[in-house]
Ligand binder design. Structure first.
Ligand code: PLP
Length: 413
């Protein structure tokens, strides 16, 4: 029995081959080598516990919910004022950026936000993505019918504009060579771990202003930035408020991958055109979408997120980030010391390496698994420009990170 017609666009989606293939190869290896002690440096999830200040605030909030007098039910869909104000003050005002409270939308994760945002734009918008890419940007546009057909030979969608990021361009994509409407930029970048300076980001903001396009700026790894010339927000660049939406997440910043909290900034100055050529405030559309389809992040979670901005919270987060970034340094230095070409890992928890001797990404995966019992992520899984690269993450324990690097150093590469 066929109950109804389906959204044909979903059939254009390619299977999530990457992580299932990794799991398949890992399982096979473990079956054949049950004594092997495998270390995963492929994980994109954090592993440390929540900061003490967050836990304390969440416990307090749970207790509040027990009493009718302090109980909270449905809250504002856009987030409670206490969290929105903490975001505006700490993430923006301290950097000289003024964001109004009705420009911030608290949500249960950046994955949802970067995935959902495309809904408010025209079905025929042309989308540009960096290659390699966080797959959510592509797949959500495939679902919406913007991608065109998948080409099995090029392994790309016909209507998506791919901006190659490779060692040849220092992972800084060239501006699009055709008219595009939406540009997804991710900095600090997943998977390459690379960043842009403020001047380099300005080139994109200026381009968007001159060519009427919108930048969707995913800054999920902002908290890992260490270098002074790397902007923490696209709005540090003059004029960006008229051409950019920014996404931030507490997931990696404070161990919220399971707790779930993030936010999106949609400046009031962002305008689009309707079919009749009239100007429309994009913030109004996103507000409408958010309030129609989302009922707010839990009070307990938002109190936990607010605590990140307390003096204790800031100190504890800084320790957390230091822990992961020390791991990143250990991986980076360890691999560089045996002559591997490594990128990222300075302002991001990802290390992107060029596979030795021109090996393809999957051959290197197999070598690392079989000879060092280490699991990483083949770069080609993030896009064709990732072929010949490999991603390692700094989210493991210190002990495993050190052990993994020692094992790689012993390989003949
Ligand atoms: N954006 C990028 C680039 C990511 O790598 C991730 C998570 O891995 C996300 C967004 C999703 O973050 P969240 O946990 O807030 O949904």
């Amino acid at each position: 029995m066929q109950v109804t017609s389906i959204n044909q666009n979903y059939l254009e989606l390619q299977g999530s081959y990457l992580f299932s293939e990794i799991a398949k190869r890992r399982t096979k290896f473990m079956q054949e080598n049950p004594q092997a002690e495998i270390i995963s440096l492929g994980i994109g999830d954090v592993t440390r516990g929540l900061p003490e200040a967050v836990l304390k605030a969440m416990h307090g909030a749970v207790d509040e919910l027990a009493q009718p007098v302090s109980f909270r039910g449905y809250g504002p869909e856009q987030g409670y004022d206490f969290l929105v104000n903490a975001i505006i003050e700490n993430d923006y005002r301290t950097r000289g950026v003024e964001i109004a409270s009705n420009e911030v939308f608290v949500s249960d994760g950046s994955k949802c936000d970067v995935g959902n945002i495309q809904e408010i734009f025209s079905a025929d918008s042309i989308v540009a993505v960096q290659d390699p890419v966080y797959p959510v940007y592509v797949d959500t546009n495939v679902m919406a019918g913007r991608s065109g057909k998948y080409n099995g030979e090029t392994k790309r969608y016909d209507n998506i504009v791919y901006l190659a990021c490779t060692a040849e361009n220092d992972f800084k994509p060239l501006l699009p060579d055709r008219k595009v409407d939406l540009i997804y930029l991710c900095y600090p970048n997943n998977p390459t771990g690379m960043t842009l300076t403020k001047d380099e980001l300005k080139v994109w903001v200026d381009y968007a202003r001159e060519n009427n396009c919108l930048i969707l700026f995913d800054s999920a790894y902002e908290a890992f930035i260490q270098e002074d010339d790397v902007p923490h927000s696209i709005y540090e660049v003059e004029g960006a408020k008229e051409v950019a939406i920014e996404f931030r997440s507490f997931s990696k910043t404070a161990g919220f991958t399971g707790v779930r909290c993030a936010y999106t900034v949609v400046p009031r100055g962002l305008k689009g055109l309707d079919a009749a050529g009239n100007s429309v405030v994009i913030n109004d559309l996103w507000n409408r979408r958010h309030t129609t389809k989302f009922n707010g992040v839990s009070y307990v979670t938002q109190r936990g997120a607010e605590a990140i901005y307390s003096p204790e919270g800031k100190a504890q987060i800084s320790e957390l980030i230091d822990y992961y970034m020390t791991n990143a340094g250990i991986i980076r230095d360890g691999l560089a010391s045996i002559g591997l070409e490594v990128f990222g890992g300075v302002n991001a928890p990802y290390i992107w390496l060029k596979t030795p001797q021109g090996m393809d990404s999957w051959s290197f995966f197999d070598k690392l698994l079989s000879e060092a019992n280490i699991v990483g992520t083949p770069g080609v899984g993030f896009g064709q420009s990732g072929q010949g690269y490999f991603r390692l993450t700094a989210f493991g324990s210190r002990e495993n990170t050190v052990k993994a690097v020692e094992r790689i150093r012993k390989l003949s590469l």
